[in-house]
Design a protein around this ligand. Structure first.
Ligand SMILES: Cc1ncc(COP(=O)(O)O)c(C=O)c1O
Length: 383
């Protein structure tokens, strides 16, 4: 799989947020889209579907079955079709779960830094974020168990991101086990956003949070095709649970706000699951090469930058706090390097933003020569 020949001129299309937020000449490494074209089997299926009227579509039974099989392979066997609810995307599922499972004024726990709609869903809906900062361990970002235990004492809902955006951690079996014990101890509901699960740089199978049957009555698992297959513009996701009563409660709390899954998004997801495997494997291999290039480059040219190699996602979380411009790092890299990154403070709620100033999240899902150029620009600006 090679995406090397894609140029900025080809990618800078007016319908791409990623490529139009900043001036021409800026290399975009911010929002989590890949610069790669859609998998050919998805294109074929969409073309074929477009030959017919695009009316209201029922839930596609074949898609539901494919998802049941996929979930079963991750430890979530026995999900009924009633336990799966299609959504316009995963973010609406985060908001729906907070709305349905907690009341205004209550605390919701999550671990920071975290994909911003986690803390935004909590605050936008009038709940309070109990954020537990991850610890910068010797080899990887780690959970602060004592702090998490303390925070969980005054909440009903724990929101986890697995694999974790922005640190790229896949919580391992030991960590999942400890999380599950905490959930039982404090009698919590859990929302587990597993959207990045197919972008792992390991052959080990993925273990869903709710793979332990004790978690199944209390967990809502969220996922979708948009990260692995680069289809965010055709929004769809699913909320899956073994507890259909819990699902009904969440659905009732958001009423008709969710919309129905579109015919095209279901067609796309079905084609991805049926025939997209080889494309995905090749793309993950390419991303792995990009990940390795990024870290080798940083080690060689920016040895003062702290990082842990990501286990999943095409996002790297870099600590640039050692730089004189760390206090304004996003603007500095934009002005001096002509590179657009996501600024660390985005990934924390208001009162914690200062702790992440000087961190950046970098999207490395771009053609490799472009990544090389972006890294060279960053190194020159930071020199
Ligand atoms: C962890 C996580 N959840 C959800 C989303 C967005 O999902 P959707 O576009 O389906 O709402 C993203 C996008 O980057 C993400 O990283």
């Amino acid at each position: 799989m090679t995406y090397e020949s894609l140029s900025a001129a080809q990618l800078r299309h007016p319908d791409s947020i990623k490529w139009n937020q900043y001036d021409e000449g800026v290399l975009p490494m911010w929002i989590a889209d890949m610069d790669f074209p859609v998998a050919p089997p998805i294109l074929r299926a969409l073309h074929e579907r477009l030959e017919r009227p695009i009316g209201y579509a029922p839930n596609d039974a074949a898609l539901v079955e494919l998802l049941q099989a996929k979930f079963a392979a991750q430890g979530l066997g026995g999900l009924s079709s009633e336990g799966m609810h299609f959504l316009p995307g995963v973010v609406p599922g985060l908001y729906a779960a907070v709305n349905g499972l907690t009341a205004p004024g209550e605390h919701v726990v999550t671990m920071t830094p975290v994909y911003h709609p986690f803390h935004l869903a909590i605050t936008h809906l009038g709940r309070k974020v109990s954020s537990v900062p991850l610890i910068d361990g010797p080899e990887r970002w780690e959970i602060d168990w004592d702090a998490l235990d303390a925070a969980c004492a005054s909440t009903k809902l724990l929101m986890i991101c697995h694999p974790h955006n922005p640190t790229g951690r896949i919580w391992d079996s030991g960590e999942l086990g400890k999380l599950r014990e905490l959930v039982l101890k404090h009698d919590l509901y859990v929302v587990s956003d597993e959207l990045h699960a197919d972008l792992r740089y390991t052959s080990a199978p993925f273990e869903a949070f709710a793979a332990d049957p004790r978690m199944q009555p209390r967990t809502l698992t969220l996922t979708g095709p948009c990260k692995a297959f680069n289809t965010a513009g055709l929004g769809i996701g699913v909320m899956a649970t073994h507890n259909t009563e819990l699902l009904e409660r969440v659905k009732a709390a958001v009423g008709g706000l969710m919309g129905h899954p579109s015919a095209l998004s279901q067609t796309m997801w079905k084609a991805a699951l049926q025939e997209g495997g080889p494309w995905l494997a090749g793309t993950v291999e390419y991303l792995k090469g990009n990940r390795d290039l990024l870290y080798t480059f940083v080690q060689e040219h920016l040895p003062w930058v702290k990082f842990h190699v990501v286990e999943a996602t095409y996002l790297a979380w870099l600590d640039l706090r050692g730089h004189a411009q760390a206090g304004d790092i996003q603007n500095f890299l934009l002005q001096e390097g002509r590179v657009a990154i996501h600024n660390g403070p985005i990934f924390a709620p208001e009162e914690q933003k200062g702790e992440y100033q000087g961190f950046i999240r970098v999207n490395f899902a771009m053609p490799r020569p472009m990544l090389q150029e972006a890294l060279e620009r960053m190194a020159k600006a930071l020199a």
